[in-house]
Design a protein around this ligand. Structure first.
Ligand SMILES: CC(C)(COP(=O)(O)OP(=O)(O)OC[C@H]1O[C@@H](n2cnc3c(N)ncnc32)[C@H](O)[C@@H]1OP(=O)(O)O)[C@@H](O)C(=O)NCCC(=O)NCCS
Length: 359
């Protein structure tokens, strides 16, 4: 199993890969699809050890490869601008990795012949690589990367630069070769049709991006700017501090986006629900920045807060005074209205008391 866990890469301050994760099962061929500039080749280079990620890790068969140099990773590579060694024969090219591994010449020759058969080029060993057609050169490159029996194979746009007919024929062929080799393989391509032919599974770069939000604890003062912008906007009250804000048991939870910007706030304080004496936790001051609505920041924050309350106080009643306009949002998380329709005296906005029943 090849795994990429939560990898982030930036070049000159620009984030190229943002918390990307991916898993390729044993013997599985996965195609990674995305437009140029989406970071797919960078991801391949991280796996190969040619780019060091700012954070995150790469694993192969349960071993953390993050600090392991490229040539010790047991990973084969076929790059788009594949350069065969021009002054050497096909056999020398295919046998190159085996020679590096120190395999004796007779075993090497046998393996090279076997690999050439395998990619449909029997008897090509003595030829010069400069005499090969485009399709033959691609197959030699594939044979060269498969010869040392890599534990995983990375292919970066392996079929570009061929005319359409040859491309389509070779795509079917390469797919067959990869399946017969039973090598765990990751193929990067911008061509959806090619991806579908080559791979068992096609994933897009978009799908690999990790949760862009992080949940953080805040001081009460840090909640004020969003309280002002969202909760006190268009209301008669300008009051930003709420009673109970600074009690030692009160928790302010926020959500930050990938750039670290605070885009959501919430306050959780010990307080029984109206008309009750029992243990309760009130959720107050929940708000997300208007320009991020509908992107999941509210969900992430509410889920994190609920999980935290449940873990600390499984029996506490979780409740809130919710704006009429936000009840739909809370309902999605299981809240129910227990006291409908009153106008909140601070904001003049219709509210309901809502409560999350225990599981
Ligand atoms: C309520 C609020 C916190 C929701 O935050 P958000 O960032 O929009 O929430 P998300 O992006 O996580 O939304 C998650 C889902 O809930 C839906 N949703 C959001 N607000 C909703 C609402 N009022 N009613 C119904 N569904 C809602 C979203 O459409 C999204 O659904 P989808 O994934 O199917 O598209 C935010 O709209 C807000 O700050 N509103 C103004 C202040 C406010 O009302 N706070 C609550 C005071 S009690």
């Amino acid at each position: 199993m090849l795994e990429v866990r939560d990898v982030t890469v930036s070049f000159d301050g620009a984030v190229v890969l943002d918390r990307v994760s991916l898993a390729v099962g044993d013997g599985e061929v996965v195609a990674l699809l995305g437009p140029s500039g989406s970071g797919k080749s960078t991801l391949l280079r991280v796996i190969a050890g040619l780019v060091v990620p700012a954070s995150g890790s790469v694993w192969l068969d349960g071993r953390n490869l993050t600090g392991v140099p490229t040539h010790r990773r047991g990973i084969g590579m076929v790059f788009q601008d594949e350069q065969l060694f021009p002054h050497r024969s096909v056999a020398d090219n295919v046998g190159f990795g085996l020679k590096m591994q120190g395999l004796p010449a007779t075993d090497r020759d046998r393996r090279v012949d076997g690999m050439l058969d395998f990619v449909g080029l029997p008897g090509f060993g003595h030829r010069h690589v400069t005499d090969l057609s485009g399709g033959e050169a691609k197959r030699v490159a594939l044979a060269r990367s498969l010869a040392p029996s890599p534990r995983a194979l990375l292919l970066d746009e392996p079929l570009t630069g061929l005319d359409r007919e040859l491309h389509d024929r070779l795509a079917v062929e390469v797919s067959r070769i990869l399946r017969r080799a039973k090598t765990t393989a990751l193929v990067v391509t911008h061509d959806g049709e090619e991806a579908a032919i080559l791979a068992d599974q096609v994933v897009t770069m978009d799908q690999l991006r990790g949760d862009p939000f992080s949940i953080v604890e805040l001081t009460s003062a840090e909640t004020h700017p969003l309280r002002a912008a969202v909760l006190r906007n268009d209301t008669p009250s300008r009051e930003l501090a709420l009673d109970g804000d600074d009690e030692p048991t009160t928790v302010h939870l926020g959500v930050r986006d990938g750039t670290g910007r605070l885009i959501g706030i919430s306050t959780w304080l010990l307080r029984p629900p109206p008309g009750s004496e029992g243990d309760g936790v009130q959720l107050r001051g929940m708000a997300t920045a208007p320009d991020v609505r509908g992107q999941g920041a509210g969900d992430a924050l509410l889920d994190a807060g609920i999980a935290r309350v449940r873990a600390a106080q499984p029996d506490a009643v979780l409740w809130a005074r919710a704006r009429d306009s936000a009840v739909g949002f809370y309902r999605r998380h299981g809240f129910e209205i227990v006291e409908p329709g009153f106008v909140d005296e601070t904001t003049g906005i219709p509210h309901h008391v809502i409560l999350l029943p225990p599981r």
